[in-house]
Design a protein around this ligand. Sequence first.
Ligand SMILES: C[C@@]1(CC(=O)O)C2=NC(=C\c3[nH]c(c(CCC(=O)O)c3CC(=O)O)Cc3[nH]c(c(CC(=O)O)c3CCC(=O)O)/C=C3\N/C(=C\2)[C@@H](CCC(=O)O)[C@]3(C)CC(=O)O)/[C@H]1CCC(=O)O
Ligand SMILES: NC(=O)c1ccc[n+]([C@@H]2O[C@H](COP(=O)([O-])OP(=O)(O)OC[C@H]3O[C@@H](n4cnc5c(N)ncnc54)[C@H](O)[C@@H]3O)[C@@H](O)[C@H]2O)c1
Length: 213
Amino acid sequence: MAYFPFFVELEGKKCLIAGGGMVAYRKALVLKDFGPEITVVAVEMIPEMEQLASRCEKYMTLIKRGFEDRDIQEADFVIAATSDEELNRHISVICRRRKIPVNVVDVQEECSFIFPALIKEEDIVVGISTGGSSPTIAQYLKKRFQEAIPSGFGMLASQLGTYRELVKEKVPSLAVRTEIFKTMVKEGIRQGGVFTREQAIELIERKLGEHEQ
Ligand SMILES: C[C@@]1(CC(=O)O)C2=NC(=C\c3[nH]c(c(CCC(=O)O)c3CC(=O)O)Cc3[nH]c(c(CC(=O)O)c3CCC(=O)O)/C=C3\N/C(=C\2)[C@@H](CCC(=O)O)[C@]3(C)CC(=O)O)/[C@H]1CCC(=O)O
Ligand SMILES: NC(=O)c1ccc[n+]([C@@H]2O[C@H](COP(=O)([O-])OP(=O)(O)OC[C@H]3O[C@@H](n4cnc5c(N)ncnc54)[C@H](O)[C@@H]3O)[C@@H](O)[C@H]2O)c1
């Protein structure tokens, strides 16, 4: 059965990662761009994890010791990535019991959520999953989609996001608003990923004028 891609706000959420090896590090690296507070509990950390934590001091805490059940108490979601399979399974069981979403890296039956192959361009996020059938296909599609996304597209989306309130305020009709947003995207792409506020205001006036006639 296919998995549904909920897009969840992680900013300020508490993430616990058990394990401090390369697999745990890769998860921390991906997640940090989505703003959760990450706590890593592991007997040993690879230097990459230490460096990442010192770069993201405010959002990452490293605890060097063995995992203890109480570590999940505050967590909004958990990733089990230790080299101890038995422990990873145990973490999955106690999280599920408390309805805390849990991912056990590479062990689908112990996951309540799985990781997609991910493309992130600022606020544009593409998550590709095969429901676990073939992570290699997910990775292959990611490369293809990455090539298909024009450069600067994330920046353009963020920019257009800042005009949404303005358009909603000035343009009462949903149909005209939609037309304006479509024109902004088309023009933004043509202009290499930029659509200025002045152009937005000019476009709003023009479209309002056209629809008055
Ligand atoms: C997308 C990605 C994200 C990430 O890991 O962050 C991811 N796996 C990636 C790569 C990858 N993983 C594996 C290979 C080796 C080739 C192969 O086995 O196919 C490769 C490719 C490579 O490394 O070249 C091994 C593997 N993975 C799982 C199993 C268990 C099993 O099959 O039973 C085994 C066998 C272990 C063994 O044989 O022992 C299971 C899962 N892996 C998932 C995600 C979830 C389902 C995603 C989906 O729906 O497709 C799920 C269910 C759970 C989870 O981990 O969340 C990442 C792409 C990275 C990127 O973005 O570039
Ligand atoms: N490296 C890979 O590419 C890869 C790929 C797929 C699956 N895996 C699996 O994922 C797991 C992690 O891989 P890795 O390469 O990061 O391993 P690793 O050996 O580099 O790291 C394992 C981490 O688990 C920690 N750990 C072990 N027992 C612990 C405990 N009781 N409490 C807290 N922390 C504990 C260790 O301190 C270490 O930080 C392994 O089970 C591995 O088989 C690895």
